[in-house]
Design a protein around this ligand. Structure first.
Ligand SMILES: Nc1ncnc2c1ncn2[C@@H]1O[C@H](COP(=O)(O)OP(=O)(O)OP(=O)(O)O)[C@@H](O)[C@H]1O
Ligand SMILES: [Mg+2]
Length: 464
């Protein structure tokens, strides 16, 4: 989230006359206690716009670039930054023209201190409002995005934190995680949360494209450059210009092509297959893999230089079996999503089914869980999904888990509880059965001690 503290947004003063700058600086500093940056060369002001000043006070008559041109560029690139023009007395018409093209206000030279105070107060306030609006918009956008990514696991919370922090930067991001853990979802979130969200998000699945075609897919080709290339074609790098290029399953890319990709990323330049003309692009690279790229580097099958280029900012998604609390949450999420489509009235899972799913190790992660639920919905005869509706490999877990009988004593498959209540009741029972020994509860249910404590909240755990 970007900061809205005004201290991070200095006031820019731009005038070719040094004395004017000195006086204005003194006044502005005194009035608003804000950092002030002076420029006697307007080009330098333009080069520093990325610092997002809260206000620019800009002289109109300057020798190299005139104030009107600077104003135009600010309006185009940073329309939320207010610009106050300084005009000489015989120049009022120009000042009015400036307001017409978007200046916030103007000050007549010699500047009157009281008028300066009023004009700059309003201008800075308008900048603050624009920043607040932007933050609110970003929060809304984030909320929408993250609500489609279901998780309560603290490890996933840290993943979201990394996504939030890195989304707006230019660095390359490598998302690592087993198959089906949600790498595509995270890549999409990174693009959507970045300022590139209105620019293209181009996905290239390196594993799905035959390796002899991947080069032309990425870089495009000229007509006649190889058999079958009967028209000129634009590549995915070019299509992604200004936006994000998502190289999925990067671990499957051939060694030879890796060198070309590295060059394209480093030099922001490449040529089409069969072409000579260099093409410049500005793309943000996100890549994903379910292979251990570091091991591949050691084995000599993945280029070390490309690895470091791609993994400037690595994000690892933990497998589903390492975030047990997410299993049930996701199962309920997929159930809710699918029952409407299937037009069935299914209200939840039996305790046994929940235990079986929690104990299973989910090699196909979230994708596997999703298809297990979709299949179970079709199979279920009742209003509830039971172990008999789950694949054998999963339902076997309920039987294997010997604590099931002793700890939970299932009375009827139909006593369905909201999940949180259900967990609390399990923990309470386990707590008594384990002689109020928290470590044993944690160990036998394969959950953390912190979770046990949380679920026992309100119970008498004093002195444990
Ligand atoms: N936390 C989550 N919340 C909701 N849905 C999720 C979550 N994680 C994954 N999914 C869903 O699970 C499926 C698999 O996710 P995704 O395609 O992002 O995985 P992946 O890591 O890219 O898999 P692969 O390695 O096979 O490409 C998708 O349908 C996705 O929407
Ligand atoms: Mg994927």
């Amino acid at each position: 989230m970007e900061s809205t503290s005004l201290q991070d947004h200095p006031v820019f003063l731009v005038d070719d006359e040094r004395q004017n700058l000195t006086l204005l600086r003194m006044w502005v500093e005194k009035l608003w206690k804000l950092p002030v940056v002076e420029f006697d060369n307007p080009q330098e002001c333009l080069d520093n716009l990325h610092r997002e000043p809260s206000l620019i006070i800009l002289d109109i008559m300057m020798p190299k670039i005139d104030g009107m041109e600077v104003l135009r560029q600010v309006r185009e690139r940073y329309p939320h930054i207010p610009v106050v023009m300084l005009s000489a007395q015989n120049n009022i018409q120009v000042a009015l023209d400036a307001i017409h093209i978007g200046a916030y206000d103007y000050l007549q030279k010699p500047v009157d201190r009281d008028r300066l105070e009023v004009v700059t107060r309003n201008a800075i306030r308008s900048f603050e409002l624009a920043m607040e609006l932007r933050t609110t918009r970003q929060r809304l956008e984030e909320g929408k995005l993250f609500s489609s990514i279901v998780s309560i696991d603290p490890k996933m919370k840290s993943v979201f934190e990394l996504v939030r922090k890195s989304a707006n930067s230019h660095v390359s991001i490598l998302i690592q995680g087993e198959s089906g853990t949600g790498k595509d979802l995270i890549a999409t979130a990174l693009h959507q949360l970045s300022h590139r969200r209105d620019k293209p998000f181009i996905i290239v699945n390196c594993a799905a494209i035959p390796s002899e075609l991947l080069e032309s897919e990425l870089f495009g080709h000229e007509k006649g450059s190889f058999t079958g290339a009967d028209t000129q074609k634009m590549g995915r790098f070019e299509a992604a210009d200004g936006g994000t290029l998502f190289l999925d399953e990067i671990g499957t890319m051939e060694f030879k092509l890796q060198a070309k990709v590295l060059r394209a990323i480093q030099q922001k330049e490449f040529s089409r297959v069969g072409g000579l003309r260099p093409i410049h692009v500005e793309v943000r690279i996100i890549s994903a893999t379910n292979s251990d790229l570091q091991q591949m580097v050691k084995d000599g099958t993945f280029r070390e230089d490309l690895y470091y280029r791609l993994a400037t900012f690595p994000i690892s998604i933990p497998p589903l079996r390492d975030r047990k609390d997410d299993i049930v949450l996701l199962a309920e999420h997929f159930l809710e999503r699918s029952i409407d489509r299937e037009q069935k009235d299914i209200r939840g899972f039996t305790k046994e089914a929940i235990i079986a799913m929690t104990q299973y190790n989910w090699p196909g992660n979230v994708r596997e869980l999703q298809s297990v639920i979709e299949r179970a919905i079709i199979l279920a005869d009742d209003h509830i999904i039971g172990v008999q509706n789950l694949p054998e490999a999963i339902s076997a877990q309920a039987r294997k888990f010997d604590a099931t009988d002793s700890l939970f004593q299932l009375q009827s498959a139909n006593d369905l509880l909201p999940f949180e209540l259900f967990k609390k009741s399990i923990i309470k029972k386990a707590f008594e059965l384990c002689d109020r020994n928290i470590s044993e509860v944690a160990q036998r249910l394969n959950i953390s001690r912190t979770t046990v404590y949380r679920l026992l909240e309100g119970e008498d755990t004093e002195g444990l």
